[in-house]
Design a protein around this ligand. Structure first.
Ligand SMILES: [Zn+2]
Length: 144
């Protein structure tokens, strides 16, 4: 991962930390990280011609205090060559990083196109983490 790709993910981490529900931090212990961020090859499982970001999620086998099967680990990533192919600018690619990080935190897709968890980007790019995204995150982490 090059420095601009790292900066993209740091920015996504800052956005999610900024809503004051989770506190994500970097570890040097990749193997034991809860969320692993990596570039994804275009021939990976689940990747089709239109895939730009991807998340592989593993959940706990028992419910947490909020009654949910909490996130155990996640591998998230962007396909750099796809972002180039679709001519995505930084804002688009950042939306994808924030969106995939949302999956890593346990969020599913939203049906509201303003939410960052809506499964497609708007054109022009306007999606941000919304109150709805934050409320779902609070609900999942029992921080209401
Ligand atoms: Zn998604």
């Amino acid at each position: 991962m090059n420095s601009s790709e790292r900066a993209l993910w740091y920015s996504a981490i800052q956005e999610w930390n900024g809503v004051n529900v989770v506190n994500l931090s970097e570890t040097s212990d990749y193997n034991n990280a809860n969320i692993k961020i990596t570039n994804v090859a275009s021939n990976s499982d689940g990747v089709d011609a239109n895939t730009v970001g991807i998340s592989y999620i593993q959940r706990a086998t028992t419910r947490n205090s909020a009654g949910f099967y909490a996130m155990k680990s996640a591998v998230i990533g962007i396909l750099p060559e796809q972002a180039i192919k679709f001519n995505f600018d930084y804002a688009y690619t950042q939306f994808i990083a924030v969106h995939e990080m949302g999956h890593a935190l346990g969020l599913a897709h939203s049906t509201d196109e303003n939410d960052v968890m809506y499964p497609n980007e708007k054109d022009p790019y306007t999606q941000k983490i919304t109150e709805a995204d934050i409320n779902t995150l609070k609900y999942l982490y029992n921080k209401q």
